[in-house]
Design a protein around this ligand. Structure first.
Ligand SMILES: Cc1ncc(COP(=O)(O)O)c(C=O)c1O
Length: 387
């Protein structure tokens, strides 16, 4: 039996068309885009084309796209770039408790440098509290994620961005989990900066972009070197990766037309799971959520044991437990939502992708039901069964 991959929020498979392009660029295009000769110029054409494709997916203009080494660098660039670029040491930044570590850790670094950071709380559905009361004359940046990787919960960045914009405060959103999964057009959103990562949308790993709205003040460049990316991000471009990223964006525009198929597949899976397994709880807002994500708690079951058992049965998922995070702490996202530690340790994240089929999800639901039931039987008998 084939494996079933249900961990697309961690990473996605490279689309065949992307793989073909990346391989062909690596094989046939050895130029440095900064070189003046024709070998260099043809590499430059590839980078320019990709810039148009990425821009087109999010409704930006190509000059507003800065290529980076991925979502982490794009987030670091936005935070460190805005904080240090605006030159207000001791300035104030607002973010939330449920951001990705690539936001939280630069915030910690900025705190060490004397910046003041406020982290918004979330309610039990993972929705971030109102921003308004946190802003002051020293606030220079608000950074709020669009979609959460663990729960899929979507924040109201439209409202938050409007509030920031009215006060002339820069607004950044980490849209790594939403771009390519749901339609998003920057011209309809009050955002100044937005982070994207190729490997979350069937592109290669190690490449991403920061959208920088025209007119945004000059940022500090954490990666400085040559004059690449209009002096905004130094380093010879990852031409093959960037070309693959562009292709993946072009393909994502087409696959997103089937976004409702993905949510009905996800909901069908949930319906099967909850009818076959007692004691199942969904974590996160059901109304405002990515179409592909489902975070479930299984009463009385250790998520890590379940993950291993599912892995042995050929199903890839992830957990919010302390062991899996490697930090020794349970998921900060679910913790911020006020979910008790035992429930967090029973949680499994299922994240679907375009290639998942109904048959796969039906098979996964049956295996999951068997695994949970074996696990509960083992736990009740005082020992854990490893299937
Ligand atoms: C919300 C979010 N932001 C940023 C990142 C980091 O992106 P990358 O893996 O491209 O560095 C991730 C990756 O999991 C993510 O889920």
């Amino acid at each position: 039996m084939d494996n079933i991959y249900l961990d697309h929020n961690a990473t996605t498979p490279v689309a065949p068309e992307v793989l073909e392009l990346v391989t062909s660029v690596l094989r046939n295009q050895m130029g440095n885009p900064s070189s003046v000769h024709s070998v260099g110029r043809s590499a430059r054409v590839l980078v320019d084309e990709a810039r148009e494709q990425v821009a087109s997916l999010i409704g930006a203009s190509p000059s507003e796209i800065v290529f980076t080494s991925g979502g982490t660098e794009a987030n670091n660039f936005a935070l460190l770039g805005a904080a240090l670029g605006l030159g207000k040491t001791g300035g104030h930044i607002v973010t939330s408790l449920v951001e990705h570590p690539s936001i939280l850790n630069p915030c910690r670094q900025l705190e060490n440098l004397g910046f003041k950071i406020d982290r918004l709380k979330v309610d039990n559905l993972g929705r971030v509290e109102d921003l308004e009361g946190y802003l002051s004359d020293s606030t220079l940046l608000v950074s709020l994620q669009h979609a959460n990787s663990e729960t899929g919960v979507l924040q109201d960045i439209e409202r938050a961005g409007e509030i920031a914009r009215k006060r002339g405060i820069l607004f950044h959103t980490d849209a790594v989990q939403s771009v390519g999964k749901i339609p998003l057009q920057v011209q309809d959103l009050p955002v100044d900066m937005l982070s994207v990562s190729a490997h979350k949308l069937n592109g290669p790993k190690g490449v991403g972009a920061l959208y920088l709205r025209k007119g945004t003040p000059d940022l500090f460049s954490p990666v400085c070197g040559g004059g690449q990316e209009k002096k905004r991000r130094g380093g010879t471009e990852n031409v093959a990766g960037i070309a693959g990223f562009g292709k993946a964006c072009e393909l994502a525009r087409l696959s997103m037309q089937n976004a409702s198929n993905l949510s009905s597949l996800r909901d069908h899976f949930f319906h099967l799971v909850s009818s076959m397994i007692p004691g199942v709880e969904v974590f996160g807002d059901l109304e405002n959520r990515l179409t592909n994500t489902l975070n479930l708690g299984f009463e009385g079951v250790e998520g890590d044991t379940l993950l291993i058992a599912l892995d042995m049965a050929g199903i890839a998922v992830s957990t919010g437990s302390a062991c899996s995070s490697g930090s020794g702490l349970p998921s900060p996202v679910l913790t911020a939502m006020g979910i008790p530690a035992d429930k967090i340790n029973s949680s499994i994240r299922f994240s679907l992708g375009w290639s998942n089929t109904k048959a796969e999800l039906e098979r996964a639901a049956v295996i999951l039901a068997q695994t949970v039931s074996l696990n509960r039987a083992g736990t009740y008998a005082g020992k854990t069964i490893k299937t």
